[in-house]
Design a protein around this ligand. Structure first.
Ligand SMILES: [Zn+2]
Ligand SMILES: [Zn+2]
Length: 399
């Protein structure tokens, strides 16, 4: 039995096509009410924050702040979601004409700013885990650098500043993989949250799923947009799942309905508005239609090849040869398989650990056709298992 309020579109489509028997629970369990969700526009909230004299970097808008104040004053508990690790997204030159950003030496990606206990700040690459000291001035134009974007550590700092009655590690606890690495146990934290000692649980999507606490009176989503901008056809689906799952943390008891406040820069985005309403059916039918139009999974099956090499030219040539081999072997597939070959093109993350990354994505109508094609490529020697080529069947990310 697959049970979920937000099944993957793959499972949902299988169910619709009767490969799985679909059994719907149309209402919540007795005594449970779907909480009322409020979507707030962050553009507007930022204007109001500035009018209140809050610093430009503040990310908790007046609506969420007021709801949290009320919740704490009434003795309730809150879950605050910020699905991005670290303190800030990057450190960059404030002059748009210069545009310098601190990037990883070995990856084509900005380094995130992290706070490390007893050490202060450190720049960390989320792709190769490299660490560097935090630069203070732009190496091009010598301006003082700006700290851009917020991660869960920055939200933690803002909560402590604006809610002085919260004490870090006691009534306010952050749960993300950094906190776990620092030795805090998630089971212990959840026990203390269940016992009521922790008033505000802040975290990444780790706290989004499966937790069930009756005294949670408020769920705040600091940014519903963290997954939206990813160069990935599942961006909307991930956004829907994240918001719908965490919104379901509230109101799991027969007390007064809990509040859900969702902050977003895209208040009209269907993935967010439908998640706020908990309308999976509407989201799935809309999203499946878009996927069908673009011939993307789960309507088709996808195999992703990533060719990796230190030398960009070598990677590109190998990828071109692979594309030609795919095209040649693909001619034996029936036309009804609608084989499509996209690429070669540089991956969105075009270099990781000094290896250039070139992608080819293919889609076919059925999984069997994709497997037959892969088998043919393997026996022809065009695809072999080594570090220079990654083959991902039904890839979950396209970075
Ligand atoms: Zn790196
Ligand atoms: Zn500069």
């Amino acid at each position: 039995v697959l049970g979920s309020a937000t099944p993957s579109l793959e499972s949902w489509r299988n169910a619709l096509q009767k490969r799985h028997m679909l059994h719907e629970l149309r209402e919540r369990a007795p005594g449970m009410q779907l909480p009322a969700a409020t979507i707030v526009s962050m553009q507007e909230e930022r204007r109001r924050l500035r009018a209140m004299g809050e610093p430009r970097s503040s990310v908790i808008g007046p609506t969420l702040a007021r709801a949290l104040r009320t919740t704490l004053d009434e003795g309730g508990q809150a879950v605050v979601l910020m699905n991005r690790r670290g303190y800030a997204v990057c450190v960059a030159c404030p002059d748009p004409g210069c545009g310098w950003v601190k990037t990883c030496d070995r990856c084509d990606a900005a380094m995130a700013l992290h706070h490390v206990e007893q050490l202060g700040g450190v720049m960390r690459c989320h792709h190769c885990q490299a660490e560097q000291v935090v630069p203070s001035r732009c190496p091009i134009c010598s301006r003082k650098l700006a700290v851009v974007g917020a991660g869960s550590q920055r939200v933690e700092a803002e909560l402590l500043r604006r809610f002085p009655d919260l004490a870090l590690g006691e009534t306010l606890v952050r749960v993300d993989s950094d906190a776990l690495r620092a030795g805090r146990s998630i089971a212990q934290t959840l026990e203390r949250f269940a016992a009521g000692a922790i008033r505000v649980l802040l975290g990444t999507q780790m706290i989004g799923k499966g937790l069930d606490f009756p005294n949670v009176r408020l769920v705040g989503v600091v940014s519903a947009d963290t997954a939206l901008a990813l160069p990935d056809f599942r961006a909307a689906e991930r956004t829907f799942q994240l918001v719908a799952q965490v919104a379901g943390r509230a109101g799991r008891s027969d007390g007064p309905p809990a509040r859900v406040v969702i902050q977003t820069l895209n208040p009209d985005e269907p993935a967010i508005t439908l998640a706020a309403k908990g309308d999976y059916r509407a989201f799935a039918s809309r999203e499946l239609a878009l996927r069908a139009e673009a011939d993307l999974p789960p309507v088709s099956r996808m195999v992703r090849f990533v060719v990796r090499h230190r030398d960009r030219q070598v990677a590109l040539e190998r990828a071109r040869r692979l594309r030609d081999a795919i095209a040649a072997h693909g001619r034996s597939l029936a036309a009804s398989e609608r084989l499509k070959i996209r690429g070669p093109f540089p991956c969105p993350l075009s270099r990781i650990e000094d290896r250039r990354r070139i992608a080819i994505e293919i889609t076919t109508a059925t999984a069997q056709a994709a497997q037959r094609l892969l088998a043919a490529l393997r026996s022809a020697g065009a695809v072999h298992a080594d570090a220079s080529l990654v083959v991902d069947v039904d890839p979950l990310t396209l970075l």
